[in-house]
Design a protein around this ligand. Sequence first.
Ligand SMILES: Cc1ncc(COP(=O)(O)O)c(C=O)c1O
Length: 402
Amino acid sequence: MLNRAKKLEHVHSDIRGPLYTESQRMIKEGISVLRLNTGNPATFGFKMPDSVRNALLNNADKAVGYCDLKGMPEARRAICEYHKSKGIQDITPDDIYIGNGVSELVSMALTALLNDGDEILIPSPSYSLWTNSAYIAGGKPVFYTCDEQSDWFPDIDDMRSKITSRTRAVVIINPNNPTGAVYPKEVLEQIIDLAREHDLIIFSDEIYDRLLMDGVEHISTASLAPDRLVITMNGLSKSHVICGFRCGWMVISGAKGKADDYLEGIFQMAAMRLCSNALTQLVIPAALDDFASTKAMVSPGGRLYEQREATMRELEKIEGISCVKNKAAFYVFPKLDVKKFNITDDKKFAFDLLHEKHIFIVPGSGFDFPTPDHFRIVMLPEPEELAKAVADIGDFLKDYRQ
Ligand SMILES: Cc1ncc(COP(=O)(O)O)c(C=O)c1O
């Protein structure tokens, strides 16, 4: 028997795990499954912006060789300007690494940081990339609560109570996946204060920073913490709906002086993979200048906005479901009334819904949420299709009991 490595023991993905395998089996049998599991806009007809297409087609010849291991200079200059415009101080293109999506960079940054047993504070609920990368790096994810009663903002007292002598870093996902919450300045400042007090590195995953609705403002954590080592992650997968390009970056700011050795570790990791996909780096300057295509999606009349409205309208009609409206991104994380439905196993709930209504949602446990009463909806299909799907969920719940 050939066993997988022990370090994969706790790695989990309900977005692409057993539910995914079952949905694939059903699709092969000819069943049409509505996949509300991944945040992959292209699968629902979102097209790449012209800015991106033109930059790619006009420059492709420049991407034939390996490029600088940190990324193409022009692309890093554009990224640097973008983050300076968001208030991150004292950065140069040298503080930027471009990667094959944020996914690769998270893994690089945590592998370079964590020794076996080192702890890292991660939000619950949260997108599992951070948790899984921490496990593989030998670290121990410790979850802090994001409080549904307070618009899903991090509970600072809970975060404080989870800090030990082994805690190395805190992860902030803002805007958040799966809650769609956007954190105000006061919340970020309290987290930064804790990081100061306990000498923690801050990782701030801001990949949804442009997908804002209802006039909310996004504040970059690093802009408030020039004295702390902050690693900000961002990319084009979501704002420019080009997940398949695998284009992300990280910006290292703040107290770099004290982190020479760690930063060399990151350099080693980046050097090992030679460079990130060069073709996709060609589009970064044009994409970062193109605010209009993203704005059009999140403004009233735009797809992401109307899809959210349609989803919320239908969710409100379901007895036994409550839901905090997201302010960014394209996810909501509704709550089920456990007493009413007697739900004890959220994976079973997801399997039952998949089998009965052919709708694939991800259960809350897939986001390291501790109770079995939540699930995530990806709001990417057109408004009518989403409205129908949510109505179907309501219909399914009418007599669902575990
Ligand atoms: C919070 C968050 N970070 C990172 C990623 C991955 O981004 P990328 O496509 O750049 O690897 C996702 C994808 O859904 C995400 O939700």
